[in-house]
Ligand binder design. Structure first.
Ligand code: ZN
Length: 142
């Protein structure tokens, strides 16, 4: 298993090649699904929390769920196209679960997991400004 955890492979051609290479020895790629351009990653305006009502009220840059879901959709399609295996690290949105479910129903070789804090916490807790609730990916609305 090879992973980019913490730094999404944003380039689809690089992800395609990685999926092709690991296929040759039965390996798989574990993806940290976060489109950096949708979260302004590495910039002064980098997303701090889930994008929504709470982020607007607090004035913090938001992290849209599509930043995760777009990468997962892209990568399950790439895994299918090259016939390789993919794992999605720490799925955090309902849309991501829907995409993984769709891919599995099509027979695409994809697995995923979720963290306890993504099941139990929401962006409401960020109202306290306690940095313990600042997680990557962001805890979403529900
Ligand atoms: Zn990660």
């Amino acid at each position: 298993m090879f992973s980019d955890d913490g730094h999404c492979v944003a380039d689809p051609q690089l992800m395609r090649r990685a999926l092709e290479y690991v296929k040759s020895f039965g390996g798989f790629i574990a993806q940290h699904a976060q489109d950096p351009s949708l979260t302004s990653w590495g910039t002064a305006n980098a997303a701090q929390m889930n994008e929504g009502e709470v982020s607007a009220v607090l004035g913090l840059p938001g992290w849209p769920s599509v930043a995760e879901e777009a990468i997962i959709a892209r990568d399950v399609l790439l895994a299918d196209y090259v016939g390789s295996r993919l794992h999605i690290c720490h799925v955090s949105t309902k849309g991501s679960v829907d995409i993984v479910r769709w891919a599995k129903q099509r027979g695409i070789s994809v697995t995923a997991e979720v963290t306890p804090h993504h099941l139990l916490l929401t962006d409401e807790l960020v109202r306290s400004y306690d940095p313990v609730y600042k997680v990557n990916p962001a805890a979403h609305r529900s």
